[in-house]
Design a protein around this ligand. Structure first.
Ligand code: CU
Length: 286
């Protein structure tokens, strides 16, 4: 089960990286737009002068146990799990990496206009869980809400900067959506299965990454300059780091969350997941 989840997540991360490379790392790479007389917006990044950032998101201290999920009322989903499924609130890998952290460039790209990827990313509902649990998209980019279970799910999105929606998916099916405005983060829940929740990070550039259990994060093909990079976690809030990108070099990213940060302010839409009423906080850890 975990393997399946992380495989899917890996695809999402790889997709994000490919998008980053396509938009910023290979001389424009904007030939995938589908055409039109005026053509796609060209990447504003000169790959020849770009640099990179990569590193780790780690967790220190005792990670809380994730709540177990009782799926006994949904045979189809229960049958997909060989072990008791749990929430994915705090997932720490063997090496101390913290998973489900959305790492993105928060400041420093304001003057640049990036093309919208034409390839959709997928948010699956499989085994009555969202896969991946945390997803990143660019503004205007399609994401596909997929029901792989064939039982009733609904996807209830409650953003603050974008328009919310509540989509019912009673059978195996797909629905495409996109968000026009950048927003950190958009919470999704399923009202049929109160344990199902996910988060979508919406940014207007391709420089974002979602960590897996190894905690690694990578932002490829950034123009030289100074940036603020933020790491967002659903329970522990946000950390920021200032980096300087130099042509051909890789700046180090390093974020350490710890158990004492559970009272952090977590940027989220409103209303919030009724399963996690405490997640809408007013105390800003930073
Ligand atoms: Cu559901």
């Amino acid at each position: 089960m975990i393997d399946r989840l992380w495989k899917a997540r890996g695809v999402a991360v790889i997709t994000a990286l490919l998008l980053a490379v396509g938009c910023g790392g290979e001389g424009g790479g904007s030939d995938a737009s589908g055409g039109g007389d005026s053509g796609p917006a060209a990447s504003p990044v000169d790959a020849a002068t770009a640099g990179h950032a990569s590193g780790m998101v780690t967790f220190s201290g005792m990670a809380p146990a994730n709540a177990e999920i009782d799926m006994s009322t949904e045979d189809v989903c229960a049958a997909k799990h060989s072990m008791t499924p749990t929430q994915e609130t705090v997932v720490v890998g063997d090496g101390g990496g913290l998973a489900n952290v959305f790492v993105y460039v928060k400041e420093g790209l304001e003057s640049l206009d990036f093309p919208t990827p034409t390839q959709a990313v997928v948010l699956d509902q499989d085994g009555c869980e969202y896969t991946p649990h945390v997803l990143g998209v660019q503004t205007g980019q399609d994401y596909t809400l997929k029901n792989s279970d064939g039982i009733l799910h609904n996807i209830n999105a409650s953003p603050t900067e974008n328009r919310g929606f509540n989509v019912s998916q009673p059978v195996v099916m797909e629905t495409n959506r996109s968000f026009p405005t950048a927003e950190i983060m958009v919470p999704l829940i399923c009202n049929v299965h109160g344990w199902m929740n996910a988060y979508i990070g919406v940014v207007d550039h391709p420089y974002f990454s979602v960590t897996g259990p190894d905690g690694s994060a990578s932002l490829q093909g950034l123009p030289p300059g100074d940036y603020v990079v933020e790491a967002w976690h659903e329970l522990y809030g946000t950390l920021t780091q200032n980096i300087t990108i130099v042509t051909g070099e890789t700046a180090e990213l390093s974020f350490e969350f710890n158990a004492d940060m559970s009272a952090a302010h977590v940027p989220l839409g409103d209303p919030i997941d009724p399963m996690h009423p405490e997640s809408h906080r007013t105390v800003d850890h930073q």
